[in-house]
Design a protein around this ligand. Sequence first.
Ligand SMILES: Nc1ncnc2c1ncn2[C@@H]1O[C@H](COP(=O)(O)OP(=O)(O)O)[C@@H](O)[C@H]1O
Ligand code: SF4
Ligand SMILES: [Mg+2]
Length: 366
Amino acid sequence: MAENKILEAEEQENSPMYDDEAEKARYQEARKAQAEEDFKKPFDKDALLEVRHLRKAFPIKKTITGKVLQELVAVDDISFKLHAGETIGIVGESGCGKTTMGRTVLKLHKSNGGQIIFDGQDITDFKPSQMREIRKKMQIIFQDPYSSLPPRSTVGGILSEPVNVHKIVPKDQVKDYVLELMDKCGLRDYYYERYPHEFSGGQRQRICIARALSVNPKLVICDEPVSALDVSIQAQIINLLKSLQESMNLAYLFISHDLSVVKFISDKIGVMYLGSMVEFGSKTDIFANPLHPYTKALFSAIPNPNPDIKMKRIALAGDIPSPANPPNGCRFHTRCPYAKEICKHITPEYKEYETGHFAACHLLEE
Ligand SMILES: Nc1ncnc2c1ncn2[C@@H]1O[C@H](COP(=O)(O)OP(=O)(O)O)[C@@H](O)[C@H]1O
Ligand code: SF4
Ligand SMILES: [Mg+2]
C-alpha cells in the first residue's frame, strides 16, 4: 500500500503538470498569430475557393441585454483550397459542423473569423448587394429534395425563375434553355408542366440539381445530396453529378457522412471532428495512409466488398462530446484509443506531414 503511494507520488513528480487555461490561451495566441500571417499572403490564383482559418460560432447563452455568455463553435479554424473541376469530400459524424461550414462558405451564415476567397475576390465582408453577382457562381444542393422545392410551382417554373432573375439568357430563349438543362439532368421534357409532388425522391433531387446548375455556377456545395434517397437511386444521382461536373467543369464541396460515396466522388478529403479539420489530403493519401486515429477509426467501418479482406474495425469508445463544451487538449482524446496524458491538455498542431496531407495528432510529432 505504502509502496503504491510512493510510486504514485513519483509518477506525479515525473509527469509534467499542465495548466489547461494557460495552455488554451497559448494555443489561441499561436493560432491567431498564424492566421494574421496567413491573411497577408497573396491569394492562390489557381484556387477557385480558398478558405483560411474559417470560424463560425453560434451564441447559445445571452444575458437580457444581449451579451453573449456562451457560444458553440461549430466551425473552428478551418483552411483548405478547392480548384475548378475538383471535388473535396467533407466527412465526419453528425454534428461535427459540416453543414455549418458549407453554409458559412456560401455566406448563408456570417462567419466570425477567417477569410473566404472565391474566384479571386475576398468575399468575407461582402454585403448582400455585392453577393448578388457572386451568388449565381456558388450554389447549394440540400439533403432533402422534398422540402427544398416549392410545392405550387411547376418544374418549368422552378427552373425558369433563377434563369430569369440572373438574366442567364434572353427572355425568349428561357424555355429552350430550361428544356436543355432538364435533358442534361435526365428529366423528360413533359415534366416541365408537372409539380414536385408528382415525383419520386430521386427525380426531385434531379430537379434540385437542375435548379442549382441553371445559373451556370462554378462551385456547388452538395450537402448530403443522396443521404435521403434509396440506395438504388444514390448511384444514379452520384453518376449524374460526376458527368455534369465533367461537362461544366464544376467544383464540388461534397458533404457526407457516407464514406463509400465520398470515396467514389472525391479528389481530396477533409475529415472533421467537433468543428475542426483533423485530417486533409488527396483521396489516395487519405485512404492508403490515413494519419489521424479518428480517420483510421472511421475508415475501418467501411464495409469491404471483398470478403477475403478482413478489415480490423476500430471501435470508438463513448459518445461525441458536446461542441458547446469541447474537451481540452485534443478534442478527440475522450474517444481515442491512443490518447496519452499530453493529449488531454495540449491541442496538437495541424501540420503538413507529406505534400498536401495535413493532420493534427501528437503521435505524428514523435
Ligand atoms: N443555428 C444554430 N444555432 C446553434 N447551434 C447550431 C446552429 N446550427 C448548427 N448548430 C450546432 O452546430 C453544430 C454543427 O452542426 P452541423 O453543422 O449541422 O453539423 P453536421 O452537418 O456535421 O451534422 C451542432 O452541434 C449543431 O447543434
Ligand atoms: S492527439 Fe492524442 S488523443 Fe488526439 S488523436 Fe492523437 S493520439 Fe489521439
Ligand atoms: Mg449536416
